[in-house]
Design a protein around this ligand. Sequence first.
Ligand SMILES: Cc1cc2nc3c(=O)[nH]c(=O)nc-3n(C[C@H](O)[C@H](O)[C@H](O)COP(=O)(O)OP(=O)(O)OC[C@H]3O[C@@H](n4cnc5c(N)ncnc54)[C@H](O)[C@@H]3O)c2cc1C
Length: 374
Amino acid sequence: MVDYLIVGAGFSGCVLAERIATVLGKKCLIVEKRSHIGGNAYDYYNEHGILVHKYGPHIFHTNSPKVVEYLSQFTEWNQYEHKVLANVDGKNIPVPFNLNSLAQAFPAEKAEHLEKLLLEHFGYGTKIPILQLRQSTSGELADLAEFIYQKIFLHYTKKQWNLEPDELDDAVTARVPVFISHDNRYFQDDFQGMPSFGYTELFNKMIGNNPLIDVKLNTDYNDIQGSIQFKKLIFTGPIDEYFDYKFGALPYRSLRFEHETYNTDYYQETGTINYPNTYDYTRRTELKYLTSQIHEKTTCTIEFPQPFIIGENEPYYPIPQTHNNTLYSKYVREAEMIADSVIFCGRLADYKYYNMDQVVARALHIFEKRINLE
Ligand SMILES: Cc1cc2nc3c(=O)[nH]c(=O)nc-3n(C[C@H](O)[C@H](O)[C@H](O)COP(=O)(O)OP(=O)(O)OC[C@H]3O[C@@H](n4cnc5c(N)ncnc54)[C@H](O)[C@@H]3O)c2cc1C
């Protein structure tokens, strides 16, 4: 008999287990169908001894001091600020598109003129959604927006989602900013860094030594239902799977990762290079930039977007379309009916793309508002 049965050993499941065990002194059992803890943030040393993120590059960044304070109990941090270049017409230019990108993409005189126009219209340091720039009354700025849309956004988006931009929620396009700045960092959050010894080590510190937390790996909840007694269930897997897909499956986009190791100390000039217009992959990330590891070889992860097929690959990105959110809200209503016995939490249970800091904040919130009341 355990107090809490927790399905899934990603950030959601592990944070909740840690809080319940540490603060409430209650017993948790985590069941995880994969062979490791950490969920999609899991990292490991490959056969060359290089730290690799199995499910794609994970960069930690947040504006939440509370999340930093919480996670810092389990890790130290390496300073790291992510920079991304996009390969456009044979040149690698910074993204989000900024004033440095402008200088690289256009002849000097034209770039200076456009920079002046951007500064006059919007001011230094602003982020202008590409849709807003496309609607600019200045023909030259509208042309610039069209250039950015075509060269950086359009084909990348089609590759990523296998959909035209107008088939996706407007918010997706609206979010693509043009940054009126010389700041080449991909994120501007107050706190940016990487766990000094990796994510898996962070998870080990979070739940590994707690006698009130047990973990069963290689265990699918669907196979053990009824065989374990518990007082409450926390489910961080797919909400549609929990309800046997009774309203239909929630669609996701998947990815295939190739991890390639090269006999050179560095392969590319920055952490990530996007390939919007060439190849069938979207981006290539060199892990050593992220992890600060010193090694004579280097490993890159290349991401190939794929359709998601239940049972065959992993659900990574909820597809941002209104009818999918409508379908999800049917499952939310079901979940509300059993809210006394089951808590749904996490990216698969909430059918939302969360960054790691958001998912940690969400788990802490659920602990405070729904669990730490007993
Ligand atoms: C390619 C990619 C890159 C990303 N990069 C970043 C980044 O740079 N920065 C950032 O902040 N965030 C990033 N994220 C987001 C980050 O991965 C998530 O925020 C985080 O993993 C969510 O944690 P979670 O616990 O909700 O879900 P998960 O990590 O997916 O954990 C859920 C766990 O539940 C298990 N599970 C599911 N069903 C069952 C079942 N029936 N029985 C047993 N176990 C089950 C799964 O195997 C999984 O381990 C990225 C995500 C992806 C896909």
